[in-house]
Design a protein around this ligand. Structure first.
Ligand SMILES: NC(=O)c1ccc[n+]([C@@H]2O[C@H](COP(=O)([O-])OP(=O)(O)OC[C@H]3O[C@@H](n4cnc5c(N)ncnc54)[C@H](O)[C@@H]3O)[C@@H](O)[C@H]2O)c1
Length: 248
């Protein structure tokens, strides 16, 4: 895909799905800007892919004020941001009765308020330039109430991401700003490495394709939405899930 001349932010671009998105942007000739809480890992991706085509910024998406400051600094450094991929996320796996207030607050602040904070920092500039491609990574958990790895707090945060995606899409459409969502199911990344073999087998058996996704298979759909191939698509939520959801 062609990303020549495009500056694209990828939150959580140091690992898993985000890293695969960063690789795709670089292969397409664009400049990837990784924002991640783990700056060391982000710098390793930069060293591997090229210091002139990847930039890194440390940010904790759980702190909305800090996030807005860092994203406004990125805007100042680059002049124009063409794409924003809200990929970073954390999972919560405990049964509903065991979700503490602090667990709930943390998951919602990183997975949902963090996405609000990044979009609110970048959206006005995209609107002014009449160009922007925002892609938010949700999860099949948002549609099914969890059931694979994430549970209630995670499902609720990702369902919020879907609602936010559609609302930004609705308001941004006339200004050239698209906003789409991607819902992966089980993907082989550090996030899912915590699973026991037994739980892994149960999950894989529930997926019609009977396997997990490689990060690149999720990234391919995200990259489509960031690219101009998706020029007439907005407010769309795509399941990239090996057939788990199959909704209308
Ligand atoms: N892996 C799966 O099976 C799966 C399934 C459905 C949805 N997802 C979603 O896909 C996205 C990427 O997941 P992944 O599996 O690649 O995860 P991952 O754990 O491999 O990578 C997540 C990245 O986000 C960063 N991050 C975490 N908390 C942060 C914070 N507070 N501030 C800034 N950066 C932070 C991490 O440092 C890491 O680089 C997440 O939103 C996740 O919820 C993943």
């Amino acid at each position: 895909m062609d990303f020549v001349g495009k500056n694209i932010i990828v939150t959580g671009g140091a690992s898993g799905i985000g890293k695969a998105v960063v690789e795709g942007i670089v292969v397409g000739g664009g400049h990837a800007i990784i924002t991640d809480i783990n700056l060391d890992s982000a710098e390793k991706v930069r060293e591997k892919l090229g210091e002139d085509v990847v930039s890194c910024y440390a940010v904790n998406l759980g702190n909305a004020t800090e996030t807005r400051e860092v994203f406004l600094k990125i805007l100042e450094d680059f002049g124009q941001i063409h794409g924003l991929v809200n990929n970073a996320g954390i999972v919560s796996t405990v049964p509903f009765e065991d979700v503490s207030q602090s667990e709930w607050d943390k998951v919602i602040s990183v997975n949902l308020t963090g996405v609000y904070a990044t979009i609110s920092a970048i959206y006005p500039s995209m609107k002014e330039k009449r160009y922007g491609r925002i892609v938010n990574i949700a999860s099949v958990a948002a549609k099914r109430g969890g059931g694979l790895l994430g549970t209630s707090a995670y499902a609720a945060s990702k369902a919020g991401v879907i609602g936010l995606t559609k609302a930004v899409a609705r308001e941004g459409a006339e200004w050239g700003v698209s906003c789409n969502g991607v819902c992966p199911s089980f993907t082989i990344t550090p996030m899912t490495s915590i699973l026991t073999d037994e739980k892994m087998e149960r999950i894989l058996n529930s997926i019609p394709m009977h396997r997990g996704a490689e990060p690149k298979e999720i990234a391919n759909v995200i990259l489509f939405y960031v690219s101009d191939l998706s020029s007439f698509v907005t407010g769309e939520i795509s399941d990239v899930d090996g057939g788990v959801t199959m909704d209308g």
